[in-house]
Design a protein around this ligand. Structure first.
Ligand SMILES: Cc1cc2nc3c(=O)[nH]c(=O)nc-3n(C[C@H](O)[C@H](O)[C@H](O)COP(=O)(O)OP(=O)(O)OC[C@H]3O[C@@H](n4cnc5c(N)ncnc54)[C@H](O)[C@@H]3O)c2cc1C
Length: 389
């Protein structure tokens, strides 16, 4: 460690990066230099992308400038991370090299809609531009019957339940709000909805889908969606007017090309499941989507948030030589706006992450309008608590 103040470098100003940087600055109060690097000028809150698709939000509503973190004691450097060199404790960026004593990698996972073989009848609300395209397709839907398919192109992708949420919202928007005869289905490679979350969750989702008239086609891996027909790798064909897919995702390039990644994890970052530190470079931590494959869980903001809290605590403990008390919360709550109602699922992933249970321990908290309100309130709370907006 350098003789002056310890330098903590946080890569990525998304969900995990902003939480870890803010907590470190709050707890260390000037006793460490906290720097956050992001290529984007803005922090984006991805759970609200679905509301860009429905027209309830504009892009500027769901982002906040990262430069605003400066007033909370976090230095923001807007730059592209190009290379991570843990042997030298240096990160190379388009604005020069940055040295660190502690590094937190929170670079997420990159949605790559360009890797799908599709035409302009397909959209992916996994980015702002993709969500705007979905909005455009849905608002132009006409005809005696509109067929919409939502689904996932490949694994992993951010927010495992999102294709279902998107399907419910499309159905609600077209049938209830616009009065069209809309047939909406989900196509997915899981044989049952939400299969990796266990049989209880699969049954709960099946019930919801049946109740609101959505179809499910399982075991379907799309390879091409053009001219109103989506084809699976086994040659099955389904017709649609609009298709909405979770696109393929890739690990961030500077992670995949660094010694932090593992080929077994498809180029994502390797961490110790208990400490979230890299097994070889102990001063390097990972949080969020970039470590989800290493933890064996899906990619979700709720995990990024709790992991960030835990990592911040460990760094503070080490710098200050005290135990400041936060344990690693391995549970998550997922609240969805299904249009008709809101739905919430609570899952404890401890056994799944630590390898002693096949499925997370999940409870469906049910469907009611109050959960929609919860989702709206959480968005407001997020920007107020972490971005000061
Ligand atoms: C449609 C949709 C709905 C979702 N709904 C929910 C939900 O309801 N609940 C939930 O818990 N999760 C949800 N998620 C998932 C959640 O948003 C992600 O899991 C979460 O954002 C991950 O946080 P992160 O910090 O790992 O990555 P991100 O939030 O993606 O942040 C990564 C940051 O790194 C930056 N970056 C990447 N590469 C570079 C580089 N080379 N140089 C500089 N900067 C770089 C990016 O600009 C970005 O700011 C949803 C996601 C989507 C797409």
């Amino acid at each position: 460690m350098s003789s002056s103040k310890p330098r903590v470098l946080v890569l990525g100003g998304g969900v995990g990066g902003v939480v870890v940087a803010r907590l470190l600055a709050e707890k260390l109060r000037g006793r460490a230099e906290v720097t956050l690097v992001d290529r984007s000028e803005y922090h984006l809150f991805p759970p609200s992308l679905v509301w860009i698709m429905t027209g309830e939000r504009r892009p500027e509503d769901i982002r906040a400038p990262l430069s605003g973190l400066t007033r909370f004691g976090v230095r923001f450097v807007r730059a592209e991370v190009e290379a991570i060199k843990p042997e030298e404790r240096v990160v190379s960026t388009t604005r020069g090299d940055l040295e660190y004593d502690y590094l937190v990698v929170a670079l997420g996972s990159e949605p790559r809609p360009d890797l799908m073989d599709v035409d302009d009848t397909v959209c992916s609300p996994w980015t702002v531009s993709g969500a705007l395209k979905c909005k455009d397709l849905l608002s132009k839907a006409r005809g005696a019957k509109v067929k919409v398919l939502a689904g996932a192109w490949s694994w992993p992708y951010k927010c495992p339940p999102a294709p279902f949420e998107v399907a419910f919202l499309a159905k609600y928007l077209l049938s209830e709000v616009r009065g069209l005869d809309a047939e909406v289905g989900v196509v997915h490679f899981w044989s049952r909805p939400m299969e990796p979350f266990g049989p209880k969750m699969a049954s709960a989702f099946e019930e919801f889908m049946e109740k609101f008239g959505l179809k499910y086609v399982g075991g379907f891996r799309p390879v091409k969606a053009r001219g109103g027909i989506v084809e699976s790798e086994r040659g099955e064909k389904l017709e649609y007017n609009i298709a909405i897919f979770a696109p393929p995702h890739e690990p961030p390039k500077p992670v995949a090309e660094s010694p932090l990644s593992s080929e077994d994890l498809g180029g994502y970052m390797m961490v110790d499941k208990r400490t979230l530190r890299h097994p070889k470079y102990r001063e390097v931590f990972g949080v969020g989507d970039v470590v989800a494959p290493s933890l064996g869980i899906g990619m979700a903001g709720v995990f990024a948030h709790f992991e960030a809290e835990y990592v911040a605590t460990q760094i503070v403990d080490e710098i200050e030589g005290v135990y400041s008390g936060s344990d690693y919360n391995r549970s998550g709550i997922c609240v969805m706006d299904l249009g008709y109602v809101g739905a919430a699922v609570y899952c404890d992933f401890k056994g799944k992450i630590l390898g002693y249970s096949e499925y997370p321990d999940c409870v469906m908290l049910g469907g009611m309008r109050a959960f929609r309100v919860f989702k709206y309130a959480f968005e407001k709370l997020w920007f107020a608590r972490w971005l000061g907006r």
